[in-house]
Structure formats: C-alpha cells, structure tokens
Design a protein around this ligand. Structure first.
Ligand SMILES: CC(C)(COP(=O)(O)OP(=O)(O)OC[C@H]1O[C@@H](n2cnc3c(N)ncnc32)[C@H](O)[C@@H]1OP(=O)(O)O)[C@@H](O)C(=O)NCCC(=O)NCCS
Length: 153
C-alpha cells in the first residue's frame, strides 16, 4: 500500500473511492475546494498499481484536528487501510500544532467505532439526530476524541 499526501492531482481518485465508501459521495471539484481551505489536508491510499483504496481528509483549527471524512473501498476493507490513513494523519496534525483529534461517528457504525477505540479514541459526547438518513430517520453521532500527546503514532 502507498500513502499519498493529497493535492489537486488526487481529487478524482479521492472522489472515486469516497463514492465506494459512502452513499452520498463528494465530487472531485468539492475535494479540490476543500483542499484549498486553511488547515485542510488529506491522504489517499493506493495499491501498488495506483488504484485508490481509501482516503482521509482532515482539518486543523485552533489546536484541534477534525476528521472530515474517512472511507475505504468495500473490497479493500479489513486490511489495515483505515488504520494506516489515520496513522499518517496524526504527525501531519501535530505539525500544524494540533493537540487533540475529534470526530463524529454514527452510533450504529460498529466497524468505525471499533477502529477508533482500537486507536485510543474515547467517546466524549453525543450529537442527537446528527445524520440524516431519511426516509428511515435520523441517527445520533458519537463524538470521539484522541489526545495527541498520549497517542503513540
Ligand atoms: C470504517 C472503515 C473506514 C474501516 O476501514 P478498514 O480499512 O476496513 O479498517 P482497518 O482494516 O484499518 O481496521 C482496523 C481495525 O478496525 C476495526 N474494524 C474495522 N472494520 C471492522 C468491522 N467490520 N468489524 C469490526 N471491527 C472492525 C478492527 O479492530 C480492525 O482491526 P483488525 O482488522 O486487526 O481486527 C470502513 O469500514 C469504511 O470505509 N466504512 C464506510 C465509511 C465509514 O463508515 N467511514 C467512517 C465514518 S466515521
């Protein structure tokens, strides 16, 4: 697996792999706009042939890193891609003076919650009806936090 720090050149691949991980995907021009934002950076994981496997997009502001999105293509899951993407994002957050990481995750997203807990994230709160899954309804989000001073990677 290769991990590439994202630039405009990666946005098409980011959008393609995002669409494999989420029902409501983001377009490549949306990724391009996001990457131009202050404190925003991302990594793309690819296989040896350059095919995209997963992505992470993060934003650092006021000493906090927020994971904006993290997704891995269905066929590439349970091979450590997400763990590697998060590991790559942490030194980049520290380099931008972040001391902690926050993210939201749907309360019913057991794979992601297991991933984050395994990396040392802890639940710090609940956002009621955070995700719009109409017509099924709304789903709460757990807010999870990682202390970058305590984290290994
Ligand atoms: C959640 C997601 C990013 C995990 O990606 P991944 O590359 O498969 O995760 P990894 O292989 O790095 O898994 C690392 C650890 O997370 C946990 N984990 C990951 N998927 C899991 C699953 N389906 N069930 C239980 N635990 C899981 C395990 O502890 C795993 O370690 P192990 O394989 O050694 O047991 C992926 O399932 C995904 O893209 N889901 C859809 C989008 C999404 O929910 N994104 C997160 C939004 S907050």
């Amino acid at each position: 697996m290769n991990l590439i720090r994202c630039t405009a050149a990666e946005c098409e691949a980011m959008a393609a792999v995002h669409a494999q991980a989420f029902p409501a995907s983001w377009r490549d021009d949306e990724f391009e706009d996001l990457l131009e934002g202050a404190g925003i950076y991302g990594f793309l994981a690819t296989d040896e042939a350059g095919a995209p496997l997963g992505l992470i997009l993060c934003r650092v502001a006021a000493g906090e890193m927020e994971v904006l999105t993290l997704g891995v293509a269905t066929a590439a899951r349970r091979r450590g891609v997400a763990r590697a993407l998060i590991a790559a994002s942490l030194p980049a957050a520290r380099a931008l003076d972040a001391a902690e990481v926050f993210l939201e995750v749907a309360v019913d997203n057991d794979p992601a919650i297991a991933l984050y807990k395994g990396l040392g994230f802890r639940s710090t709160g609940l956002r009621k009806s955070y995700y719009d899954r109409r017509p099924q309804g709304f789903v709460d989000a757990l807010v999870m936090r990682l202390d970058l001073n305590a984290a290994a990677a």
